[in-house]
Structure formats: C-alpha cells, structure tokens
Design a protein around this ligand. Structure first.
Ligand SMILES: *[C@@H]1O[C@H](CO)[C@@H](O)[C@H](O)[C@H]1NC(C)=O
Ligand SMILES: *[C@@H]1O[C@H](CO)[C@@H](O)[C@H](O)[C@H]1NC(C)=O
Length: 228
C-alpha cells in the first residue's frame, strides 16, 4: 500500500517536474541556501533525498565551456576559469557584461592515466538574459554546450573542491549508488562549485553523477524520506 502511494507520488512529482521544466532554468539566486555569491543560479527540482544524496531534475540549459588539459585539476581549472570569467566580463563580440552565475561545473573523466594529461571541461551556465542568444566569445577556446534535461545524483560537501576531495566524494557517492542499484553514467562525474576561492566559511561543493535509464530513478531509492 505504502509503496503504491509512494509510486503514485513519484509520478506526480515527475509530471510536475516536466511542467515546470518548460520555464527558464537559470534565475535569480535561488532559494537554495548555498547559492549565496552569484546573482543568478541554476535552478532544479528536488525529486527526493536521503541522508547520503539528493536526486535532482534539471531542465535543458545552455552553458559556455572551455577545456583544460592538465595533470592536476587545480592547474587546468584555474586557467579555464579565467577564460570563462573574461567571456562574461566583456570578452565577447557584443562587449557585454553578463551576470555572474553559479555553479561552475567541471566535467571530470573517471579513468585517468598517470602519464597523460586529463581533459577537464569547465562550464558556466549562461545568465537568464543570454540563455537564448549568447554573444560569441572572442577567444576561440570557448564554445557553447547544450545541457540536456537530466536527473542527477548529488552529494554535497564543504571546504574546497580539490581533485582529492572531489574524487573522495565521488567514490562515496558511487558506493551508495551501487548499494541501491541506481544506474548512472560511470564514465565521468561533475565537480560542482558554488563559491569563489576567497570565501572561507560555509563553502558548498557537490559531486554529480548523471542518472541513466528510464523510468526516472526516484522509485526505489528514496524510501528513507517516506516512513510507513
Ligand atoms: C523561491 O521561493 C518563493 C516562495 O517560496 C517562490 O515564490 C519563488 O518562485 C522561489 N524562487 C525560485 C527561484 O525558485
Ligand atoms: C556517458 O557519458 C559519456 C561522456 O559524456 C557519453 O559519451 C556516453 O554516451 C554516456 N553514456 C550513456 C549511456 O549515455
């Protein structure tokens, strides 16, 4: 009985999520307590939540991206971050300044070789005003990325996002996803940062794995919320 009610509840949520997703999905700093430093943040619907992770639904969005090839994430990320920052502060063919957005997303491949640099892709969500028609970057190392509609598994942590902490939390999240048999794309994860390096307290970072397969993953994994 409880399971049936729960299932029905999940499908209602899924339908609601679809309805809402027609709306723009980068907006004024959200109600998310961790979106504190940027004027605009990526929005999402919380599908469900356990003690270990959240399941979120994201609508399609457009991002500006650049690749960094580096042996250490920190080195590549700093260079790539600067390029993206220059783009939103005027290095574009319209010479416009765009609102700073959050989060910054770092696509991190799961398999890396010691003797080869890794390609990290950094992205900023384009601010709401430029989602549809972003000005062209003047730097040809930048390009636009269409993020499809997706469900993601999210684990949050504080402190600074370093290769080491990011991989640790990615590992903890995958252990949990494997325990509950949640299918996800295991070829990469996202390191997700919300704060500038200058912020010292209450920092917020996340690790994301993209959920795979139909139906949406909520059905078996978030019982913890609903006690019978
Ligand atoms: C934030 O919450 C308020 C009230 O709960 C709601 O009206 C508003 O749409 C929310 N804003 C965003 C960006 O989700
Ligand atoms: C998993 O992600 C990789 C890298 O983005 C992509 O090429 C691949 O198609 C994805 N796998 C599935 C099953 O979607």
């Amino acid at each position: 009985m409880c399971v049936l009610i729960f299932r029905a509840f999940v499908s209602v949520i899924a339908v609601l999520a679809l309805l809402v997703s027609a709306e723009g999905s980068v907006g004024p700093s959200t109600n998310a307590s961790f979106c504190t430093e940027s004027k605009e943040c990526l929005e999402y619907q919380l599908v469900c939540k356990t003690d270990e992770y959240e399941v979120r639904h994201y609508s399609p969005t457009r991002w500006v991206s650049t690749d960094a090839e580096a042996y250490f994430m920190g080195v590549g990320a700093a260079m790539a971050f600067r390029r993206l920052f220059q783009y939103i502060t005027g290095a574009n063919n319209a010479g416009v300044h765009m609102e700073m957005t959050a989060p910054v997303l770092v696509k991190i491949p799961e398999e890396t070789q010691m003797w080869e640099p890794t390609i990290y892709t950094l992205s900023f969500p384009l601010s709401a005003a430029y989602q549809d028609q972003p000005p062209e970057p003047t730097n040809d190392k930048l390009y636009f990325t269409e993020m499809p509609e997706m469900d993601v598994y999210v684990r949050s942590y504080g402190g600074w996002m370093l290769s080491v902490t990011s991989r640790l939390h990615a590992h903890l999240l995958t252990k949990e996803l494997e325990r509950v048999k949640a299918p996800y794309n295991s070829t990469f994860h996202y390191g997700v940062g919300y704060d500038s390096p200058l912020k010292l307290l209450n920092r917020h970072n996340e690790v994301w794995y993209v959920a795979e397969g139909e139906p949406p993953p909520a059905s078996n994994m978030c019982f913890h919320l609903f006690r019978c």
